[in-house]
Write a new protein. Structure first.
Length: 559
């Protein structure tokens, strides 16, 4: 007896109906002079799909499935339907060149199904990305190491029912916050995409994932950062915010085209990470007393210098919190405002709209401030305005990009500032670096030998401050690695500082257009540790390691 398989017959009939519909749509397209396409097995460009929101696409019975610069391919049930025509006209007004393809219901439904991979269950507006307190708390409880992050992301991607792109992005961002990463790097390579976090200033590998996953993540990040989805050959910058426990954490997005695709760097501007009291910066006691005195001045300029990522902004914020009191007017000009301080007027530059540091500083002076912070001095106009403000009754804080404290004065002269004005305005020039602190849970004591021993002896013998003469010079600590420090051997960072104060000797040297070496010689009798000396002292006290000091300071040039 032959058994009748009803389910198999139903599938067969459904297949026949689908084929009949495709044949019918194809014949209609031919009669109307339109192009036809079957999307059943064709790839869909997810960036193209997002050019029209899901609700609008479904209402207009169309969808974008391919994108090449400003040329797009649109699938539609009926181009003459009024809602469809309106949607096509809107795309034309946005500058897109459109090729319309007639498609069947099943093709269009397949196209719509791709929205589930790139659009979250909860709507989020561009520039604002909500991670619930519950979600971040949940992830923070399970995430303590880079291995935990890898496991969490792998779990989300590997769900049998398909993963939500938003969930992956949430885990990546929440993990960065839990591990206190300063930035997130996603770098396409030949066969996969690498995810790395910068922890305590050093990049750490988290995991590799597929290009398919990365395309979803890239589209989602571009969308929430306000970037152009269809632009893939030029660099783009954007931003969005995370709200955790009612605190806003800004994320700066940078997308850069590369050999294997666009790479992403997300800079995490976490207020907690830079809200460090002055007492906890790691400033050497003698220099700390000097800075306390300088911060009480009614006028003058205190400068912090160093490369990007050396902690200059954190130091300036610490100064601001130290000097602020209700009777004082404080104004900052920043790019960006990384930490909001109650009672202080903070303004953010916007060069694209013509609002620069120089513009902000001139405007701030009209507000009758007592103290001004300028995020960075990078041009002659800002430099001139800042030194004039410092010499006319204002206390000014700012930063420069120089390698050391001595380089501050040649840099100012190079910006065209009158040397006599420099000597009457600049009171303190600081330089700093950030070194990783040894993990106190796993650091290991070691006996100094070889080059390290010679370096320590040479540096310590040259320190003029008597209180450091009795510091033991035979032993230090080295990094090991444990779960508490993500197997890096380090946890947290500490500043290495040096400073030069304005003095009669420095004043005389500045008039002669000096080199850095001449400035250093003139400042030698000020009795302030150099960055190298500060670093070596911290090594002997077990705060950091010789490897870290060598990593952040050009030791040979300092000797």
């Amino acid at each position: 007896m032959i058994e009748f398989d009803e389910d198999k017959q139903k599938l067969k009939l459904a297949g026949l109906r689908e084929r009949e519909e495709e044949d019918f749509v194809q014949s209609v397209a031919a009669k109307r002079g339109l192009q036809y396409i079957d999307l059943t097995h064709l790839p869909v460009n997810l960036e193209a799909l997002q050019l029209i929101p899901e609700a609008e696409a479904k209402a207009a019975y169309l969808g974008v499935f391919q994108l090449d610069k400003k040329k797009i391919s649109v699938a539609a049930l009926d181009p003459d339907e009024q809602k469809t025509k309106t949607a096509l006209e809107a795309l034309t007004k946005r500058g897109f060149g459109i090729t319309v393809f007639l498609v069947s219901h099943q093709s269009l439904n397949r196209l719509f199904s791709f929205y589930a991979q790139v659009i979250p269950e909860k709507e989020t507006k561009t520039g604002s990305f909500d991670i619930s307190t519950e979600e971040i708390t949940k992830i923070a409880k399970t995430v303590h190491t880079a291995s935990d992050i890898k496991a969490s992301i792998t779990e989300v991607i590997g769900k049998k029912t398909g993963f939500q792109t938003t969930s992956v992005v949430e885990v990546i961002l929440a993990g960065a916050l839990a591990l206190k990463a300063s930035d997130i790097h996603m770098e396409p390579e030949e066969k996969q995409v690498r995810l790395r976090y910068r922890l305590d200033g050093v990049l750490n590998d988290i995991l590799d994932f597929s290009y398919e996953t990365y395309r979803y993540i890239l589209s989602r990040i571009k969308l929430i950062s306000g970037l152009k989805l269809n632009v893939q050959t030029v660099a783009q910058d954007g931003r969005f915010s995370i709200f955790v426990n009612e605190q806003e954490i800004e994320i700066r997005t940078s997308v850069l085209p590369g050999a294997y695709g666009e790479s992403i760097v997300l800079r995490v501007l976490n207020p907690d990470a830079i809200s460090v009291p002055m007492e906890e910066l790691g400033i050497e006691p003698n220099l700390y007393k000097i800075l306390e005195k300088e911060l009480k001045r009614p006028n003058g300029m205190i400068l912090t210098t160093g490369p990007t990522g050396s902690g200059k902004t954190t130091t300036l914020y610490a100064f601001l919190k130290k000097v602020y009191e209700p009777g004082v007017k404080v104004i900052t000009i920043e790019d960006p405002v990384e930490y909001h301080i109650k009672g202080i007027v903070q303004t953010q530059t916007d060069p694209e709209k013509g609002y620069t540091f120089s513009d902000g500083l001139r405007a701030a002076l009209r507000q009758d401030p007592d103290i001004i912070m300028v995020g960075e001095i990078r041009d002659p106009e800002t430099a001139q305005t800042a030194v004039n403000a410092a010499s006319t009754g204002h206390l000014v804080f700012s930063t420069l990009h120089t390698n050391n404290a001595a380089g501050t004065f040649p840099r100012f002269l190079g910006l065209g500032v009158n040397p006599k004005v420099i000597s009457s305005s600049v009171t303190t020039a600081m330089a700093q670096r950030l070194a990783r602190k040894l993990c106190t849970n796993c650091r290991k004591e070691m006996v100094l030998d070889g080059e390290d021993k010679k370096l320590v002896e040479k540096v310590m013998n040259g320190i003029p401050i008597s209180e450091y003469k009795d510091v033991p010079k035979e032993k230090a600590y080295t990094s090991v690695g444990c779960e508490k420090c993500n197997m890096t051997g380090y946890k947290g960072r500490v500043g290495l500082y040096e400073a030069i104060l304005m003095s009669s000797k420095i004043e005389q040297v500045i008039l002669q257009n000096p080199s850095e070496r001449e400035i250093k010689l003139a400042a030698k009798d000020q009795g302030i540790l150099t960055m190298l000396e500060d670093g070596v002292v911290k090594v002997l006290k077990g705060v950091t390691s010789m490897d870290e000091v060598r990593r952040v300071i050009d030791v040979d040039s300092e000797l």
